[in-house]
Design a protein around this ligand. Structure first.
Ligand code: SF4
Length: 569
């Protein structure tokens, strides 16, 4: 497999190109982002200064139809947490880069004026991005699709990123050209804006040659078959991630009313996966209960949520949004959450952080619980970039401090995803220990009964989940294939080796995952950040109905957590 790496100096507009070795191709995605950040001394960089490098990487499968293996990783020092951040997403950009044989890009320094980066077989060029400024993400993506009809992948930032709002992500087009997939977390969009990069458009390309092509194709077929035969994976196909809203509601760990309750509905959750599926099927029209965000994905956990007339409001409508930006705000219907989601997508912002900041505002009495009008008003201020809008755009932690409100569900100044750690304890351990702050994607342990495990068992489960996700993120694999990936380690590594051109073994799976975590820890230590953080104070004091549990795991329980990295796997 011939791959290359582009190093782009945005100030001088020089573009360097280096070949990527098979070993480097295998160590892609999140592994490569943190390696580059360390090598370039990003721990000492001002996160919103030109010296903060922005690393954009694919995995070894990029450009192929290997199922759910075309995720794009974006790494940088986070202006939200102050530490390392790797924000990854599905969509088509990694696929498009892979088809041009590009393993990734390092963006250095900052452009003097807003640019669009265009990449094709003819090379990389800069274009003036001023026609796209100040517009919503949907409109801008439409303009870009019109201007570049051969585009195979588009990524862009929205209006909130343009003024440095930390809520902002980097939006990417899905397999229908809809910009609904976000590398959302940690201030991704603000770092793009600090470099004056408005969009990346990739055109052209073809299926790349993989090292051992015939065997790789066979491995691709076997992986797809293993996914489709797995019950856990099938569940994602049938109800999508929204099924988690039913489960967490039953468990009592679903964020409700700014994390003051763990259950939204005593019976069926009106914001859950079962109701969503029925609604989509009843409304019919353009709606879809299954949808692949990238070419080749056989899981198809995504969806298209239609209005009563069958016209799509938003795609996808996911669990994290239903939780943190739905029940957490006491919105009552899927239509309301879908509208919020569409507003957020058009602003190019993270629905988790948006839901959390709105929840804090409602908790402080600035808006009525369940008020979609309030949501619309805040969205309008965010779009305008008014003083009030910018206060919200700073995210939940900074907003809470600005208004003097203490009930803020964050760790490392980043909003929790939709798992209350008083009940979803394993994920809580991940929130406390991950170098990336409260981010379930670094190691979710969502399906345990509260108090079912000892603290030591929770620690082991969180650690294992984090190692597994470190590997998945290095290969560009989607988390929703985890029930196959984490069992068939040898096969997964073998397929990655066939793509990259290296002999691999199951041991590489854990090694790569551990290396990702060790490097992220090293980065945060270089910044001077603690290895472990507490949960928000109110979670230790306030019992969470209906289970009436307070948080059990404290930082002192996790003192030796990262020693596991130096132990043999
Ligand atoms: S499982 Fe879902 S999120 Fe993952 S690649 Fe497929 S459609 Fe995208």
């Amino acid at each position: 497999m011939k791959r290359r790496w582009l190093t782009v100096d945005l100030k001088s507009r020089e573009v360097g190109e280096t070949p990527v070795s098979p070993r480097q191709a295998l160590h892609g995605g999140r592994w490569r982002t943190v390696r580059e950040l360390l090598d370039r001394g990003a721990a000492a960089a001002d996160p919103l200064g030109p010296e903060n490098p922005l690393i954009i990487t694919t995995g070894p499968f990029a450009g192929s139809s290997f199922s759910s293996a075309n995720r794009l990783s974006i790494g940088f020092r986070s202006p939200m947490t102050g530490g390392v951040k790797e924000s990854n997403s599905g969509g088509t950009l990694a696929y498009a880069l892979g088809r041009l044989g590009i393993a990734g890009l390092t963006l250095l320094n900052g452009a003097s004026s807003w640019v669009l980066i265009h990449i094709s077989e003819d090379g990389l060029r800069f274009e003036d991005a001023s026609p796209y400024l100040g517009r919503g993400v949907y409109e801008t993506a439409g303009m870009l699709r019109e201007r570049y009809p051969r585009a195979s992948g588009i990524g862009l930032i929205g209006p909130v990123a343009e003024y440095g709002g930390l809520l902002a992500g980097f939006s990417m087009t899905d397999s229908d050209g809809v910009p609904g997939r976000l590398s959302a977390r940690g201030g991704t969009g603000a770092v793009f804006a600090a470099k004056r990069v408005k969009a990346i458009v990739v055109e052209g390309g073809a299926t790349p040659e993989f090292a051992r092509s015939r065997e790789f194709k066979q491995a691709m077929r076997e992986y797809a078959a293993a996914l489709m035969a797995d019950d856990g994976v099938r569940r994602y196909t049938v109800v999508g991630t929204a099924g988690t809203a039913d489960f967490e509601n039953m468990l009592g760990g679903l964020p409700t009313r700014n994390f003051s309750k763990g259950r939204f509905a005593d019976g069926e959750n009106p914001l859950g996966g079962e109701v969503m599926r029925r609604t989509i099927l009843e409304r019919d029209g353009q709606g879809a209960t299954e949808h692949a965000c990238m070419p080749g994905c056989v899981i198809k956990c995504s969806n298209k949520f239609p209005d009563p007339n069958g016209r799509v409001i938003v795609s996808p409508l996911e669990y994290e949004t239903l939780g943190v930006a739905g029940s957490n705000l006491c919105l009552q219907t899927l239509d309301e959450v879908a509208e919020l989601n569409r507003l957020a997508n058009d602003l190019g912002i993270d629905t988790i952080e948006f839901g959390a900041v709105l929840g804090v505002a409602m908790d402080a009495g600035l808006g009525e619980w369940g008020s979609l009008e309030f949501v619309r008003r805040v969205a309008a201020e965010l779009r305008r970039g008014s003083q009030e809008g910018r206060r919200y755009a700073a995210g939940a932690a900074r907003f809470g401090r600005a208004i003097g409100h203490g009930r803020v569900p964050t760790v490392r100044d980043q909003a929790m995803s939709a798992y209350d750690p008083r009940v979803v304890e394993g994920t809580g351990v991940t929130f406390m220990t991950s170098a990336q702050g409260a981010d379930h994607t670094t190691g979710n342990v969502a399906r345990l009964n509260p108090r079912e495990k000892t603290i030591e068992e929770l620690i082991e489960l969180s650690f294992t989940a984090q190692v597994n996700m470190g590997l998945a993120d290095a290969l560009g694999l989607c988390a929703f294939g985890g029930s196959v990936n984490n069992v068939q380690k040898e096969k997964v590594m073998q397929a990655a080796g066939l793509a990259a051109g290296l002999e691999t073994s199951a041991a590489d799976f854990d090694r790569i995952g551990r290396e990702v975590l060790a490097m992220e820890l090293e980065f945060n230590r270089a910044v001077g950040l603690p290895d472990v953080m507490p949960l928000p104070d109110f979670m230790y004091r306030e019992p969470l109905p209906p289970r009436n549990l307070t948080a059990r795991v404290r930082p002192e329980d996790l003192a030796g957590f990262w020693d596991r990295l130096s132990e043999r796997s």
